[in-house]
Design a protein around this ligand. Structure first.
Ligand code: HEM
Length: 484
């Protein structure tokens, strides 16, 4: 059996079982469901107990002991999830399992096993688990990032991929350069005061995507932009919270009042109203921007009758979420790292950044990773942070040492910042050009220094879907000496 029974765990078990019993009676009392619903709840609880006790699905991958009914759920509730998953990998190896309610999760923490799953066996690991809350935030499974691997999903991804390619070939370089120069002006206008640049990076990255998506650019102070970001960030943060993920593992909890979930639903409605308005505005323009992805996507619908306006809607959400905080966080980490090594004013460590891939995959057909049998429907988490901090590959993994690449001590092949296989980041080429051009302009024109007597930023990071650097202030000094 997959869990150890000690005196303590028997006590804990009894306590938790009574808790569940009390929970059921509270639910029954509060909601008074009809007989059919009542049976559904009870059979779902019965199903969870059976699955847990029988240890299904059978899986021989090592992992921490797990106790009914929460299993290893607390392992996923850590403040700094990437760091915690990485420390578990030191104990259980680069492939280990966690149990959460009736779900078994396999965590992959080295480039080798991540590549084996995502690239070599891409078709087995291309799925996404069906989840109650995922369905809500993805507009019913219509988004690319959360949609399951089906023929329709492939057609959707192909459509967005070719729309991105077409628009990028036409104008991407010019577009990013324009926003890099706008960012340069913003930094000059600070005239040497110490500021937190994270919002400016978010605006720059977001403007590249909103221009690509529907031909619209914003100022930092624009209420429309602020509303859009507030809402998207809220959805990502709320969806990642344990209050929400518990609803997927414990269906029973969906019957209890949950203010966090209510907020998520409200933000999803707000997001959909904003995107809807943009698409409507775009459609009503007399002179539509030829370069906008929306145009290509809507045009593509004429060729593929199975894809609908909802696919265009959700693709826009995917691009806005996928393309903003990732790029902005990367730029902010670059400045943060450079403040630790002021002798490195060059852009030379562009790949070794701790981006967490919090997206989960699902095994669509049973297969093996690193020799272990992974049954169908197992959820896998590729822990990119763990792979990029593996001491067997990167000596002193937590030190910022760009020279490891210059001296042949680090291979870019061991890096997987954009994932891989069927789920490779759709914006990889956009992101690479953005990161290169933004950083090149920033470092050509500015030297970044710390305010007097302020220590360099803490590099531990704050975990959400993207691992962000802790907030810090820096001074951008023009290399040519004058602020113009
Ligand atoms: C520093 C910048 C970026 C990084 C590090 C990054 C990284 C990633 C990673 C790790 C994934 C998940 C792959 C998986 O599920 O295994 C992903 C997916 C995705 N990214 Fe990016 N990304 C970046 C920028 C962008 C940009 C600029 C865009 C849009 C133009 C974008 C759009 C997407 C989309 C739509 C997906 C979902 C793909 C799918 O599930 O098929 N990303 N990205």
């Amino acid at each position: 059996m997959a869990f150890d029974l000690s005196v303590f765990s028997v006590g804990a078990l009894l306590f938790l079982v009574s808790l569940v019993v009390v929970l059921i009676s509270v639910v029954n009392e509060r909601l008074k469901p009809n007989a059919a619903e009542d049976n559904k709840v009870k059979s779902s609880l019965f199903h969870q107990i059976c699955q847990f006790v029988c240890g299904s699905p059978s899986i021989s991958v090592p992992g921490p002991p797990s106790y009914f009914p929460f299993g290893n759920m607390m392992e996923l509730a850590h403040d700094h999830l990437p760091l915690h998953l990485t420390s578990l990998a030191q104990r259980y190896g680069s492939i280990y399992r966690l149990r959460c309610g009736n779900t078994t999760i396999v965590v992959l923490s080295s480039t080798e096993v991540i590549r084996e799953a995502l690239v070599k066996k891409w078709s087995d690991f291309a799925g996404r688990p069906h989840s109650y809350t995922g369905n809500i935030v993805s507009g019913g499974g219509f988004s690319i990032s959360l949609g399951d691997y089906t023929e329709l999903w492939r057609a959707h991804r192909r459509l967005v991929h070719s729309a991105l390619q077409r628009c990028c070939q036409k104008s991407l370089h010019e577009l990013i350069e324009r926003h890099a120069l706008r960012l340069r002006k913003v930094l000059m206008d600070y005239k040497g005061t110490a500021v937190d640049l994270s919002e400016d990076f978010t605006v720059a990255a977001s403007n590249v995507i909103t221009t690509l998506a529907f031909g619209k650019e914003y100022d930092k102070s624009s209420p429309e932009l602020q509303q859009l970001h507030k809402c998207l960030n809220e959805i990502v943060a709320l969806w990642g919270s344990s209050w929400i993920s518990a609803l997927d593992s414990f269906p029973l909890l969906r019957r209890l009042p949950n203010p966090v979930f209510a907020r998520l639903l409200k933000e999803v409605v707000r997001r959909d109203d904003i995107i809807q308005k943009h698409l409507k505005d775009y459609k009503s323009q007399d002179k539509k921007s030829e370069d906008a992805i929306t145009g290509s996507l809507l045009h593509g619908l004429e060729q593929n009758t199975e894809l609908t306006d909802t696919h265009v809607h959700m693709a826009t959400v995917d691009l806005l979420i996928g393309g903003t905080e990732t790029t902005a966080a990367w730029l902010n980490w670059t400045i943060g790292f450079l403040l630790h090594r002021p002798e490195y004013p060059k852009y030379s460590d562009r790949h070794r950044l701790p981006v967490l891939n919090a997206l989960i995959h699902e095994v669509s057909g049973s297969d093996h990773i690193a020799g272990y049998f992974i049954p169908k429907n197992t959820v896998i988490i590729p822990n990119l942070f763990g792979a990029h901090h593996n001491p067997a590959v990167w000596p002193e993994p937590y030190s910022f040492k760009p020279e490891r690449f210059l001296e042949g001590g680090g291979s870019t092949r061991a890096l997987v910042p954009f994932g891989g296989g069927a789920r490779l980041c759709l914006g990889e080429s956009v992101a690479k050009m953005e990161l290169f051009l933004f950083t090149a302009y920033l470092l050509r024109d500015f030297q970044f220094v710390l305010p007097d007597k302020v220590p360099p930023p803490d590099l531990k990071g704050v975990a959400s879907v993207v691992l962000k650097i802790n907030p810090f202030k820096a001074i951008a000094l023009p290399r040519l000496g004058n602020f113009s």
